[in-house]
Structures are given as C-alpha cells and as structure tokens.
Design a protein around this ligand. Structure first.
Ligand SMILES: NC(=O)c1ccc[n+]([C@@H]2O[C@H](COP(=O)([O-])OP(=O)(O)OC[C@H]3O[C@@H](n4cnc5c(N)ncnc54)[C@H](O)[C@@H]3O)[C@@H](O)[C@H]2O)c1
Length: 340
C-alpha cells in the first residue's frame, strides 16, 4: 500500500546551513535545471502576480513548477516583494516553498525560501557570467553593482565561488546608506579597489561586468553610448534598461516566453520592434548553438524560473533529511481512511 508521506518544516537556518559554502554545488544544480528545462523535461507555467490597488509597489508571486531528473518533484514558491520593508529594517523579500511528491502529489515539505530564491538567482547569474565570459574569450576584472541589496551580495558571493576575481569593484545605489553598507561588506571580503559611484553612468563606463539588482519599475538607464566598451551585463532586476540599449546588444534570457512579459526591458523592446528575434536562451549558449559576441554588449536577463527553486529546495530537503534534521509535523495528514 502507498504510504502517505510525512510533512516537514525546514527553517531558514537549516536552508542557510545547507547552501552556505556549497555555492559551486548550487551552481551545478542550477545548470542541470536549465539543461532539463531546455530539453523539455520540466513544466514551468507563468508566474502568477498578486498585486494590490492600494499598495502598487508590493506584490506576491506564485511560481508553480515541476522538474524531472534527479530532483523529480513538483511544487510551488510563494514569494512576497514589499520594497518598503527595507526602510523598516527587514528584507524586501520573504517566501515559502512547498515540495510535492511526484508520485502521490502529496506535499511533503515547507521550506523557508528567501534564501533558496537568493541562492538560485545568484547561482544562475554566476553560471551565466562564467559561460558568457568564457565563450567571449575573457573574464571581466572590473565589476560594478547597481542596486546594493541582498541579491547583489549573494551574486558577489557566487561570482567569487565561480572563479571570478576583481581588480576593481564599483557600487552605485540611490541610497547612500545602502551603497555604504555594501561597500563595507566588499571591504571585508575583497582585495580589489572599491569605489562608490555617484552616478549609474560612471559605474557603467568603468565596469566590464555590470550587475543590475535594483527595484526599479521602469528604465532609468537609457543611453546605449554608456555601453560602447561592450560589457557583460547581468540584468537581474529586469526593468532597468531602455529598449534602445536592449536592441543594440546581444540578449540572453532563461526562457523567452517568461522573460518577454510583465513590462521587463526585453518585453518593452519587443513592443518597440514587433518581434522577438533579438533574444536567445542561456540553454542555447550552454549547448553551443549560440556564441555570445565579444564585439557588442551582452545582456543576461533571467526571469527566474520556478524549476530552479524546486531543484535547490529538493537538494536542501535531501541534505537536511540525510543529517536527521527534519522537523516533521505529527498527524499533518489526518483524514486517511476513506470511510472513516
Ligand atoms: N530575475 C530573478 O530571478 C530575480 C530573483 C530575485 C530577485 N530579483 C530582483 O532583484 C532585485 C533586487 O532584490 P533585493 O532583494 O536585493 O532588493 P533590495 O530592496 O534589498 O535592494 C535593492 C536596492 O536597489 C536600490 N535601488 C532602487 N532603485 C535604484 C536605482 N534606480 N538605481 C540604483 N539603485 C536603486 C535600493 O536603494 C536598494 O538598495 C529586485 O528587483 C528583485 O525583484 C530578480
């Protein structure tokens, strides 16, 4: 007879313990998930955005997904973005993720998921940075971060874990306090020269690897001339760049259907020209179908796929289970006899 699974709750502390120091492994998991996605061995429907008429900058997103391969799970991430939290001293994003058993459909774990989300985002950025830079022939040594929050910090950690070393590191943030906080973090971990730039232009012009991790709702960087030195751009916050910049660059996304939606910069560019011929996928780069050019800016815009969250969450679950750390909820599923 089929057993009903136990139901476990995994805390942020347990997630942190499972991924911290294992960045390389998380990057490998994320690459495997991208390959499965490219091979059609995932199901990743549109994210569902819950928005509020009286709080237009806040949202909660549902990302249901299913992934085959080693993970072999279904599930959903439910992630809030309340940018005003930062001013009140708590992180912008908070999240839970439910894992469902692939055979019975039963949910078997609920994981704190802001760390999983940050880790998979940073792993995807560091994977793309390495693959794109190596295929273009050189690793950038001048990095710049526009938007200096939690995601920027995670991306820096994962870039370092993926073999990037930097001579110079730039920071630009609309908030001087946030720029200073991130500068302090970099000073504790880096030997290169660290500069806080007053303008996005100064940062862009002096960086060969540029990370956008702001909460900008629309394009605030509009001049293609700033990118004349053909940098590699990790456009994680998705809405910072004008259609003109997108259309004068080589664009790599994680999933074309997902990324050209919800007023992202690539979506605005599509509306501008009436087609989507200007984008290709990271999977096509991974499999050698596309070679990113050295002679034009290359922009990676990942929408953020639920399959990445599920893959990392499954790994965390297995890690916690293997160390006997699962906190299961007794009698979570209780109405099990068909006729009582
Ligand atoms: N693509 C993905 O898969 C993915 C996944 C996770 C997060 N994200 C995005 O990453 C972004 C950053 O997340 P976070 O948790 O670090 O947010 P955060 O609120 O902690 O930090 C964002 C920082 O950007 C700064 N900022 C806002 N507008 C700016 C501008 N125009 N110029 C310069 N700085 C500006 C803010 O002052 C803040 O310090 C969010 O937009 C989030 O949606 C994307």
């Amino acid at each position: 007879m089929t057993q009903v699974p136990t139901f476990a709750v995994i805390s942020g502390a347990q997630v942190h313990a499972a991924v911290a120091g294992r960045e390389k492994q998380v990057i490998e998991l994320v690459e495997a998930a991208y390959r499965l996605h490219g091979e059609g061995r995932t199901v990743n429907p549109d994210s569902y955005f819950l928005r509020f008429p009286d709080r237009p900058s806040d949202r909660i997103i549902a990302l249901p997904a299913s992934v085959k391969g080693d993970a072999g799970v279904h599930g959903i991430k439910w992630i809030s973005s309340f940018p005003g939290n930062v001013a009140n001293g708590i992180p912008r994003a908070s999240a839970v993720l439910i894992l469902n058993d692939a055979r019975t459909g039963y949910p078997f774990a609920c994981l704190e998921s802001s760390i999983i989300s940050a880790a998979r985002t940073a792993a995807s950025a560091a994977l793309a940075a390495a693959v794109l830079a190596d295929r273009r022939g050189a690793r950038p040594r001048r990095v710049g971060f526009i938007g200096a929050g939690l995601i920027a910090r995670y991306i820096h950690t994962y870039l370092a874990a993926n073999g990037f070393t930097f001579d110079t590191l730039g920071v630009h943030d609309l908030s001087a306090a946030h720029a200073e906080g991130f500068q302090g973090y970099l000073q504790r971990t880096e030997k290169g020269v660290i500069t806080v730039h007053d303008t996005a232009e100064a940062l862009v012009r002096s960086s060969d690897l540029i990370v956008f991790a702001t909460v900008a709702a629309g394009p605030h960087v509009t001049d293609p001339a700033w990118f004349a030195h053909n940098p590699l751009v990790l456009h994680i916050s998705l809405r910072d760049l004008s259609p003109e910049i997108i259309l004068s660059s080589c664009n790599i996304v994680d999933d074309i259907e997902h990324c050209l939606k919800a007023n992202t910069s690539t979506h605005l560019a599509e509306q501008h020209v009436g087609h989507r011929d200007f984008v290709t996928t990271l999977y096509d780069v991974l499999t050698g179908k596309t070679t990113p050019p050295a002679g034009e800016p290359v922009i990676f815009s990942p929408f953020g796929l639920g399959v990445l969250d599920l893959t990392v969450a499954r790994h965390v679950y297995d890690h916690v289970a293997a160390s006997d750390g699962l906190h299961t909820v007794p009698d979570f599923f209780n109405e099990l006899a068909r006729y009582g």
